[in-house]
Ligand binder design. Structure first.
Ligand code: ITT
Length: 183
């Protein structure tokens, strides 16, 4: 089966391919722009995107919205993660966290699939913000996020290892399980 992944983010595509291709789903990146509304939840952003795209794409497709939610910052950057990454970046986040003892954070991924109807699949991973950037794999906030149960950051993991614990890996697993069950 061919599945379009509508995104500008090569890191997301790499992870989806690694997960889904051994299962027989050929993921194809489609860099089609769609409006990402300013909303309170990742789910709202995804539903709006799917509705906007549904008549413009003729194959089954997914989009994904994700974010990093830091407890001591009341969930910031959350739904603003992409904007914050582009503006203050990792150094900006580490600066905001200076002197803060509670470094708990979680990543959340919402995958939206459209096949004539809207389906959402959600994954989360809890962890903490490291004291410094570490590692060169992955993308985005990976060098400063240490998942629970590990001492290394996502950027110090292979794609496979990251997928086995990450928010996106979990959402992809939900998606695949649903695909199998719904035939
Ligand atoms: P799209 O075209 O798919 O929207 P994007 O990079 O703009 O790609 P989002 O709107 O979902 O992605 O924004 C999420 C932000 O959080 C973005 O800055 C990512 O780099 C970051 N992010 C998401 N998942 C991540 C992960 O697994 N590891 C590190 N950073 C992540």
């Amino acid at each position: 089966m061919e599945l379009f992944f509508i995104t500008s983010n090569d890191g997301k595509v790499r992870e989806a391919k690694k997960f889904l291709e051994p299962l027989g789903i050929n993921v194809i990146k489609k860099p089609l722009e769609y409006p990402e509304i300013q909303a309170d939840t990742l789910e709202d952003v995804v539903v709006f995107g799917l509705n906007w795209l549904k008549d413009k794409v003729d194959k089954p497709f997914i989009i994904e919205d994700s974010g990093l939610f830091i407890e001591a910052l009341n969930g910031f950057p959350g739904v603003y993660s992409a904007y914050v990454y582009k503006t203050i970046g990792l150094d900006g986040i580490l600066k905001l966290m200076e002197g803060i003892e509670n470094r708990k954070a979680y990543f959340k991924s919402v995958i939206g699939f459209y096949d004539g109807e809207i389906h959402l699949f959600v994954g989360e991973v809890r962890g903490r913000i490291s004291n410094e950037k570490r590692g060169s794999h992955g993308f985005g906030y990976d060098p400063i996020f240490v998942p629970d149960g590990f001492d290394k950051t996502f950027a110090e993991m292979s794609t496979e290892e990251k997928n086995s614990v990450s928010h996106r890996g979990k959402a992809l697993k939900e998606f695949y399980s649903w695909m199998i069950l719904s035939g």
